[in-house]
Every structure is written in structure tokens, then in C-alpha cells.
Design a protein around this ligand. Sequence first.
Ligand code: FES
Length: 387
Amino acid sequence: MKKHNLNSLNPAKFADLIKNRELSVSSADAAYPLAEFSPNTLANSLHPKKQKLRITEISDFKNCKAFKLSGQCACFTAGQYINVYVNIDGKVCSRPYSLASSPKDASDGFYQIAVKAVDGGLVSNYILQNWSVGTLVEVSDPIGNFTYEPLRDCKNVVGIAGGSGITPFMSLAKSVLEGSEDFNLTILYGCRKEEDILFRFELDSLAEKCDRLKVIYVLSEECKEGFEQGNISYELVKKYAPKGEFSVFICGPEGMTRFVDKELELLDFERKFIRHEVHGETVSPSNFEDYPQNVPEIISITVWNKGESKLIKASPAAPVVRILEQNGINPPTRCRSGECGFCHSRLISGEVFIPKELNKLRQADNKFGFIHPCCSYPLTDIEIEIS
Ligand code: FES
């Protein structure tokens, strides 16, 4: 190996350093070089802010469709989601959808997401009615923390899924099979009826091919041989959980998540081993026990955006972010459930209701009056400044 010896340096060269630099600067072209700084190009391709992908395949399920989005897909970690942007009557809205495909699929040029019909669901129903093979769609880069971390999570994971909450587990299961994740996954998948199960064929064939994967279907409204019946209780978790320590990952509708959380309290294991994926808005604040009574039927919101203000009158029964979007204002959003902090905005005056389980504000946010509009419901007239 070549050794650098300080004694071999010529101090005279340093005397000319400034002069030589000035010569280089003065002889350089005044035009800004067109070439891009290659680390920036690489960073943009790995983490593009937006991606344009084309729908190349649609699979139909009961009340749900799975879309294959093809193109140059940014890489991700199994369990993450993308935000989908749609323009409905001139108003841009976005919603997060977990990726059901694996990171390897992304490197092969596609993602897969599942969109379920929701009563009164603005974006989901728009997508189900308007997207077809060939449609060009705009999505964000993959984001989210519902991922397996070997330093934090146990080698054995019990995944509890409800309805379309199966999608991140599809991605995790495929990654275990493909070898990009190294843990054992037991999925307890709750649905109302057998016909409501999504990705049944794929889940069964994944479990067949890999002895690190197990899938148990739990039907709440049907009693059938080969299925567990009822809700996903702590007894059921105990029955299928592997021996020793295990982590629990939960993704599904609010009602199921709350039920499972209560059940898990009956099992003796540490809270740090429980992980949730709750992206997506809560439909109505009255679903929360601590939502106050006597909230006015109509409230005013004064919104400050880039130095300009707008006054909105609306029903308080929706999160602030949804009210803003309905009025043509698009604050930045990602998870829409208080998790990512992307919609962080300043509450100048007024009062909002933030459900306990969605309140991820930091002490500094409380001190300086910041909220997450995606999970804050106005209780009075409010004034807010969005970023
Ligand atoms: S969009 Fe993630 S916290 Fe509001």
C-alpha cells in the first residue's frame, strides 16, 4: 500500500494554491454545467417524490379490486405503502394503500395494491369506478414503518389482518418466501365470510411453498370446516402463536384493531412487541368514546396557506384535512392517521378533538400549537396555518 509521508510534501505548492484556484475559476465556462450531480440522480430514482405508473392488470374480489401498477418502481421494504393521487372534479385527493407486492416485484417493474369499496368513500369509489387497464396513475414513493426490524422484532411474528388489511402481510409473506426477510410469519386473517377473503389463492400457495409461513382464516359470520370461527381473540392468538417470544403486527379496520388490542392486554407480553398499521382516516369522530357532546353542527375554518387566507364553513364530522380537500386546498398528506407527521400544521386558534390512539404529537407540538390535520376534528371555529 502506498504510504503518504508528510516530509515528501512540497510546501511551495501550497503557496500557489489560491492563485491556481483563481485561475481555474476565471477560466471556467460561465454557464452552469448541464450534467447532473450523479448522487442526486441516484437518490431521485431510489426515492422519487412522485411516480407515474400504468395499470396493467386488475383482479376482482368481492367489493374490492387489486391493481397491478407497472413502470419504473422505486424500491421499498415489505410492509410499506404508497400514496395514490387522484383528481376528482378538479380537486386533487390522495389516499395511502399498502403494497401487496414484494420488493422483488418492484425491481421487476410493478407494484400491487388492493382498493376496497367503502360506504361514502370518495377516493376508493372513484378508483373502483374509473381505473381500468391502461390508466396512467400518479403515486408517491413508498413510505411507512410497518416493516420487520430484526433489532426490535422477535424472530416469530403473528400477523393479525382484517379485510383489506391483509395487503402488507402479502408483501411480508412474499418477502419471507423470496428470502429478503428472515422471520417466521403466522397470519390470522379475519373476514366476515369465506367469500370476503382476499388473495386466498396467493396466500395458500405462499404457505404451501414455505414452511416459515402459516395462514389461518377466521370467519366472524360463518361457521365452516377448516376455518376458525368468531373474532380474533387472545385464545386464538395463544393457540397459533409459536412457543416463546413473538411480535404481533396488526392491520385492519378500526373496530377489529381496538378489539384485538383489548384482547392482547390479556396476554402477558410487552407492548413493544405490538405494531400497528392504521393508515387511512377514521370515518367519523363519534366512533371514539371520548368524543365530546354538544359540538356545533357547522364550524368555520380560517386556513392560511402561503400567506393567503380562506374561510370555510363545514360540518365538524370529518378530519380537518378532508374538509380542506373538499374545499380545494391540499395540505401535504401521507398516512392520514397521525403516524407520519407529514401534514403537521399550526393551530392558531380554536379547539380540535384528537382521538387518543391517533395522537402522535410530540411535546414540542403541544407547546407550539401544532396538530396533524389528518386526525384532528374541529370542535369550535378554528384558524390554522398549513405548510
Ligand atoms: S398525513 Fe401522516 S400524520 Fe397526517
